[in-house]
Ligand binder design. Structure first.
Ligand SMILES: [Zn+2]
Length: 333
């Protein structure tokens, strides 16, 4: 067996998925992320892999490569990560080297949104041939990952697609980055929840999902917050299409799990842009924009697909195996 593992390291949870040569999932694990120190982080990742291997009924000896998606600014050439505030990694830390030492296998390291974009690209290609895609992640933060000409596009500093901090309105709310009126300050989960802080009758702080549910249920003030966020997101989708002329925009991330309550106002806001502009109509047809299904974990799947390719002999074997029909891979959260 030549197994690969994909890891999605989040601020609070780390998910691991083990796949076989044909990319078929064999086992998975989700553990709290250990972020007290870089060493704890490495140890925690190792433990999560061990649990996933146990779930797959496999051993470390069969693992040949790992892919890791992690929040922060990643230098995939040097294998370092920095500015991962939730993980206490402010200075560049050579995480790839540390993981390769701990695991004894080649490791690919990539920013989490870019990793999820790679997973979304593989998902979208199941239904149609595709060369380019923008993945817009809407969760605690907002960022896009780009696939251009079939390759992950990182930009000069690994920051391509960080559109959450594009200021949309200088008179808007203050953003965590210091600017005013950033996309994130309107449409990320915490922004929606805090804009709706006073809405529930019992005085509790609502979750983002609750705000979407209130809006879908006809609560006017909640609907205004959701519609404002949807308007900004629709413009962000249009911005991605006009900047990169990608074939698809896929939305994912925690906030999109509000499902219909998220999607309906977004589609409505895109309709409004199209109604006003024939250019928007031709560049942003409804079918170009899709929401990733909640049971497809773009983060771990992207990490699996980013795991370093095996040796040429292995690759030949893998090519032969992958010619067998593999069903779309769906991972339960
Ligand atoms: Zn900002």
């Amino acid at each position: 067996m030549k197994l690969r593992v994909g890891l999605d390291v989040g601020g609070t949870k780390t998910a691991a998925l083990i796949v076989n040569e044909a990319g078929r999932p064999l086992g998975q694990a989700i553990q709290p992320t250990e972020a007290d120190s870089p060493q704890r982080l490495v140890d925690g990742i190792r433990t999560t892999i061990d649990r996933a291997l146990h779930d797959a009924d496999q051993s470390m000896n069969d693992l040949v490569a790992a892919g890791v998606g992690i929040p922060g600014q990643v230098d995939p050439i040097k294998g370092t990560v920095r500015l991962a505030v939730n993980l206490n990694l402010s200075e560049p830390y050579p995480l790839r080297h540390a993981l390769q030492e701990a695991l004894g296998i080649p490791v690919a390291l990539e920013n989490d949104v870019r990793t999820a974009a790679w997973g979304a690209y593989h998902w979208a290609r199941h239904s149609a041939p595709l060369n380019s895609l923008a993945y817009l992640s809407v969760g605690t933060g907002i960022a896009a990952g780009l696939i251009l000409d079939g390759r992950l596009y990182r930009g000069a500093n690994g920051m391509a697609g960080e559109i959450g901090h594009i200021p949309l309105d200088a008179t808007g709310p203050r953003c965590v980055c210091g600017s005013y009126g950033c996309l994130e300050a309107y449409a990320a989960g915490p922004a929606i929840a805090s804009a709706a802080a006073t809405l529930p009758d019992d005085g509790h702080m609502p979750t983002t999902n609750e705000v979407y549910a209130l809006a879908a249920g006809g609560h006017l003030a909640a609907a205004r917050i959701v519609e404002r966020a949807a308007g900004h997101l629709a413009r962000a989708v249009y911005l991605l299409l006009m900047t990169y002329d990608v074939e698809k925009v896929v939305l994912g991330g925690g906030v999109t799990r509000a499902a219909d309550a998220f999607e309906r106002p977004l589609r409505h806001a895109m309709d409004n842009l199209r109604a006003a502009s024939s250019l928007a109509s031709s560049m942003m047809p409804d079918e170009k924009v899709v929401i990733i299904p909640p049971d497809y974990s773009a983060g771990v799947m992207g990490a699996v697909f980013l795991a370093p390719a095996p040796t040429p002999a292995d690759r030949q074997e893998e090519n032969e195996k992958s010619r067998e029909a593999v069903p779309p891979i769906v991972v339960k959260q």
